[in-house]
Design a protein around this ligand. Structure first.
Ligand SMILES: *Cc1c(COP(=O)(O)O)cnc(C)c1O
Length: 477
């Protein structure tokens, strides 16, 4: 499989080449040159595979430059009951992503039983293994630099801790994360993890990362890389659980299912779109947003209008508080018939006018028939949904998943199972859960003493030179 840029002006690359890089050199995103088809007897054969072997089967189609035996070994080391057994006490950890019935026609795909109790572990743990594999093969090392307000950073750290050839420098806003989030990251004692608490807010952290990344000479000298949501391998690893959810909800491969996905950067639901392009019988892909409804607006009207940071609200489903959706360009590329000239034109409009609108173009009808529907949720909806689901099913869901369930309900069709993707466990968002049901959520046993564990971090002023000195001293001593 070769990868092409959505903007059409970058050289084609292989899976391992794009694994360690970010944007394509022409500013686009790398996408597979075509979508491999899985149907008939192959789809039937996948039904009985373990999660690890299913992952290897899916990824083999995208990672042609990794020998199948290596890929299978990587997947079997990653998708174990040990790695994905951190979640609900009554979950079947051997299933990796078990399906839990909420009410007739609606179930929950449990994706939050990994080490950081959020769905990002599903792909990130594999990415850690892939990075280690690719670097060893090339005899290279890599230093990951990132900024986090909580979730993404901890998923990356838990995926990369103890890996050979990799260091992680993760910036977080000093004193501005929840005690749980702070403890989750800062309690890691692995020598290759550097937690840097910046005296500032999340935007300061992001600005520092940008400033360092713009210094190309420094970046090269210190071998700086990133793990962000546009990483193709992450998206590919997420495709796997759509197949898993489908098999769990159906008995034969002529049935259809729909998925509801709490969305931010459009990475999670993009993986569903790709599964559908591969031939998985998906009826609807329900995009659920919170008050930051950029994506809901697009799927209702065809108008894509990213918000300014100041227009982006801080909500009680914080991991969906985005101003623009970084993976969205990959879907638009498919929507416009994979014509990079059209993508370039749309993104030129976006850069000059701040938005584009598909109304009056042939792409609007295509969007309407692509299976995507959408809706948004408010704080009040979230609270009511958490309380109602708990009352009727006894299952406690987190605020992001609640946005998914709320929007899913408006799009259920008779005879088509609706699967809502669980994006985090309620234990991570205790305040909102207390507001909804009047008590704190249970915490998985492995995290019982989390805040009491010793913490390891360095405090830094928001100063680019200080950050560069900090990194240089550790990578080129
Ligand atoms: C990352 C995240 C999301 C958003 O997923 P995208 O792939 O960015 O659309 C939703 N919920 C939780 C809990 C997350 O961590």
């Amino acid at each position: 499989m070769r990868y092409v840029s959505t903007r059409g002006k970058a050289p084609e690359q292989g899976f391992l080449d794009i694994l360690l890089s970010g944007l394509a050199p022409d500013g686009g995103l790398y996408v597979p040159a075509f979508y491999p088809q899985v149907a008939g007897s192959e789809l039937d054969a996948w039904r009985s595979l373990s999660y690890a072997d299913l992952a290897a089967a899916v990824l083999r189609k995208y990672a042609a430059d990794i020998p199948p035996a290596d890929l299978e070994a990587l997947c079997r080391r990653t998708y174990t009951a040990e790695v994905y057994g951190h979640g609900r006490a009554d979950s079947d950890a051997t299933q990796i992503a078990p399906l839990r019935r909420l009410e007739p026609g609606l179930s929950l795909l449990e994706l939050s039983n990994g080490p950081t109790l959020a769905f990002k572990d599903m792909a990130m743990q594999l990415l850690g293994g892939l990075f280690e594999y690719a670097l060893a093969k090339r005899g290279e090392t890599l230093n990951i630099l990132g900024a986090t307000s909580g979730d993404t950073g901890s998923a990356a750290e838990y995926a990369l801790r103890g890996r050979r050839g990799i260091r992680v420098f993760m910036l977080s806003p000093h004193g501005r994360m929840s005690a749980f989030q702070r403890a989750q990251m800062y309690s890691l004692q692995d020598a290759n993890i550097y937690n840097i608490a910046v005296e500032g807010v999340f935007d300061d952290c992001q600005d520092l990362v940008k400033a360092v990344s713009n210094d190309l000479e420094f970046k090269r000298r210190c071998r700086i890389g990133t793990v962000n949501s546009i990483n193709w391998a992450r998206v590919a690893a997420q495709v796997v659980y759509y197949f898993k959810g489908y098999f769990a909800a159906t008995r034969t491969s002529d049935e259809r299912v729909s998925f509801a996905v709490p969305s931010g950067n459009f990475g999670n639901v993009l993986a569903g779109w790709i599964a559908k392009q591969m031939g998985l019988p998906i009826a609807r892909l329900v995009v659920a947003t919170n008050e930051n409804d950029v994506l809901d607006e697009f799927f209702r009207t065809g108008r894509y209008r990213p918000r300014k940071p100041a227009e982006t609200q801080a909500t009680s489903s914080p991991s969906m508080d985005i101003s623009k959706a970084s993976n969205f360009e990959r879907y638009v590329f498919d929507l416009v018939g994979r014509d990079p000239a059209v993508v370039r034109e749309l993104w030129w409009e976006l850069d000059t006018r701040g938005e584009f609108d598909l109304a009056g173009t042939p792409w609007l009808d295509r969007m309407r028939s692509s299976g995507f529907v959408s809706g948004s949720s408010t704080h009040a909806d979230r609270i009511a949904t958490i309380a109602a689901v708990y009352r009727t099913s006894g299952v406690l869901i987190d605020p992001h998943t609640a946005d998914g369930v709320k929007v899913a309900r408006a799009h259920v069709e008779a005879g088509v199972p609706m699967i809502c993707l669980e994006t985090a466990l309620p234990a991570k968002f205790a305040d909102t859960i207390v507001e909804a049901i009047g008590r704190t959520p249970e915490r998985p046993a492995v995290y019982a003493d989390l805040e009491a564990r010793p913490q390891r971090f360095d405090v830094l002023r928001p100063d680019v030179q200080a950050l560069k000195r900090y990194i240089e001293a550790r990578v080129n001593p």
